[in-house]
Design a protein around this ligand. Structure first.
Ligand code: GAP
Length: 591
């Protein structure tokens, strides 16, 4: 494997190019010039994503007794997005270019140097004109004539056919205003002056119903989580579960990102994998267990315990999610960032970002938030439907408390409310009403939310797997070979099957037999063209961890090797002679 750190931009370009060349990821609608921030997955990408999706689903629900799955629709009643806060606050601050009207996220504008130029307007020979101030940055080192040409082209593009040919547009009243060395007031591409920062809601609006009026407006969901909250009661009532338990779902989410970037990292259509893990409020844990376990470094998180409050559960989920990333080969490129009190939303108690090293920097892969009872309470308030659960154990334990013990619990909560740094403290009357319901066994569950992006995970896995090696052939010629060193569990193709020669029917027949043996159990690829070395290289580039070659020994040229094949391992190049009857088990043990 290569040991020098590659140039990140070149590395990313190579990854994007490999993804297209080998059928992992293509730009959407490419034959029509693309569709910004939207990507399609080709045959290998679809398999990779499917493997990641299945690994997540297995880890989050199939392998556990306390998590159930959900498959909710993308379209929902728009009242959900009002209750969740998305209608009012799901916005990025953005600025608009005064020249082209293109928007850019305010925090994504990089400082630029150059000369600020101004024009009083522009006109064309056909009578078209604009008479407003146009302010554009002439970039440092840009020739004045190329600058004017660029401005004419941008004005022409914006005006469309009305302005005629861009090169014939006359710029009026040119003036040099000032030289700037590090200004963040110009659009990164057009260099047009940017307007003030304004909030820009990221939800994609659509209409549901025949009239297509404002009354029919709804949204393509910007996260899968809200459907889980909206269906919480149905799942709880229909599944004989007890808190703590979780509901998870995988599905599409849509955000009208102002500046989609870094390949699929920030897309406008993407897939999320979210778990809402519902837990008892700490007060309920204290009443039932007599205490709430305190988190200390190194505390045992292997088995959930009845005395765990939100803090232990949060730590537990951070540890579980890291274990998951380890299992798909991403363990060593992860870091975690614990949000500070200032970063946190007012309702959140803690949030950890699992960060991953991408060629373009260390960025968020998943967020794990302790969100209190905020989400279910909001839906209870806005829908008028109770989201409370009844807990028999809690009712029985509370019945044994003395009035003084109950009052002590209330006082503790009041003190906590009054020392809140963010958000309004709950009024005393509401705190007392809440405890009254709690002592009867009723509460709205709190939630821990591990929320991951599937497309980001796929990109992280591809970037981590990407490697180049230089091979010297028999004639001393060197060739750079790309290898995707996927963890076998997520590799799109698990095994290549190759007859040594394609013009020997006995070899081909045996190879097809081996292929037919493996195919029902794993995604295999049969290839009989070109030299074995070339076929290995093709599969290395696709990230296939194993290659099986059927040769003359398989047919019994050496009788002791009859019905054996050579298995080559992608990363070590090690070769093993294995009997066909053991082959499936040998491969399955390594996937
Ligand atoms: N329900 C919580 C939530 O949606 P988020 O941090 O906005 O939280 C969770 O999103 C995850 O979804 C992110 O960590 C990321 O992996 C993925 N994600 C969010 N926006 C994305 C985008 N525009 N493109 C690709 N993935 C995205």
């Amino acid at each position: 494997m290569s040991d020098t750190k590659p140039d990140p931009i070149a590395q990313m370009e190579k990854i994007v190019s490999l993804c297209k060349r080998r059928g992992f990821i293509y730009p959407s609608s490419e034959i029509y010039g693309g569709c910004g921030g939207v990507w399609d997955y080709g045959p290998l990408g679809a398999e990779l994503k499917r493997n990641l999706r299945e690994a997540w689903w297995r880890a989050m629900t199939r392998d556990r007794e306390d998590i159930l799955g959900l498959d909710a629709c993308i379209l929902m009643n728009p009242a959900i997005w009002k209750a969740s806060g998305h209608v009012d606050t799901f916005a990025d601050m953005m600025r608009e270019c005064s020249l082209t009207n293109k928007r850019v996220r305010a925090d994504h504008v990089e400082a630029q140097a150059g000369t600020v130029m101004q024009f009083t307007g522009a006109r064309a020979a056909n009578g078209w004109s604009i008479s407003r101030q146009i302010t554009v940055l002439m970039k440092q080192g840009e020739h004045i004539e190329s600058f004017r040409k660029r401005v004419r082209a941008l004005i022409g593009q914006n005006a469309g056919a009305a302005a005629g040919k861009a090169e014939e547009i006359e710029l009026l009243g040119e003036q040099k205003i000032e030289v700037v060395t590090a200004s963040v007031d110009f659009h990164p591409e057009s260099c047009g002056l940017l307007g003030e920062s304004r909030p820009f809601n990221l939800m994609l609006r659509t209409y549901l119903g025949p009239t297509a009026t404002e009354a029919d407006v709804t949204y393509l969901r910007p996260e899968t989580a809200q459907a889980i909250f909206a269906q919480f009661k149905n799942v709880f009532d229909s599944s004989r579960v007890k808190v703590p338990f979780g509901i998870c779902q995988i599905g599409k989410a849509f955000r009208n990102e102002v500046t989609p970037k870094n390949f699929t990292f920030r897309s406008r259509e993407f897939e999320q994998m979210e778990l809402e893990f519902f837990i008892k409020p700490d007060e309920a844990v204290e009443i039932i267990s007599g205490e709430v376990a305190k988190w200390t470094d190194g505390a045992d998180l292997s088995e959930p315990q009845p005395n765990w409050g939100w803090e232990m559960w949060h730590q537990y989920w951070v540890a579980e999610r890291k274990k998951f990333y380890q299992s798909i080969g991403l363990g060593d490129v992860l870091k975690d960032y614990w949000q500070t009190k200032d970063d946190l939303a007012h309702y959140a108690r803690a949030c950890v970002d699992i960060l991953c090293e991408f060629p373009f920097g260390t960025e968020e892969l998943e967020g794990i938030a302790a969100r209190g009872e905020f989400d279910l309470s909001q839906h209870q308030k806005h829908s008028g439907k109770t989201q409370e659960v009844f807990d028999e154990d809690l009712k029985n334990a509370a019945a044994k408390l003395t009035p003084e013990q109950k009052e002590a619990l209330i006082q503790k909560r009041l003190a906590a409310e009054n020392s809140k740094v963010k958000g309004e403290p709950m009024p005393e009357a509401d705190v007392r009403a809440w405890f009254e319901r709690l002592f009867k066994g009723n509460y709205v569950p709190h939630v821990i939310e591990p929320s991951a992006g599937l497309d980001r995970m796929a990109l992280a896995v591809i970037a981590k797997a990407f490697d180049e090696t230089v091979k010297i052939d028999d004639k001393g010629k060197s060739e750079t070979i790309t290898v995707l060193r996927f963890h076998p569990r997520v590799a799109p193709i698990k095994c290549g099957v190759f007859p040594l020669l394609k013009n020997k029917p006995e070899l081909v027949a045996k190879a097809r037999e081996v292929y037919a043996l493996l195919k029902p159990h794993m995604n295999c690829f049969y290839d009989e063209t070109a030299s074995i070395g070339r076929r290995y290289a093709r599969q290395d580039e696709a990230g296939t961890p194993f290659g099986v070659t059927i040769d003359f020994d398989t047919l019994g040229e050496k009788p002791e090797l009859l019905n054996t094949v050579t298995v080559r391992e992608r990363d070590s190049n090690a070769q093993h002679r294995i009997s066909i009857s053991d082959l499936l088990g040998w491969l399955q043990a390594r996937l």
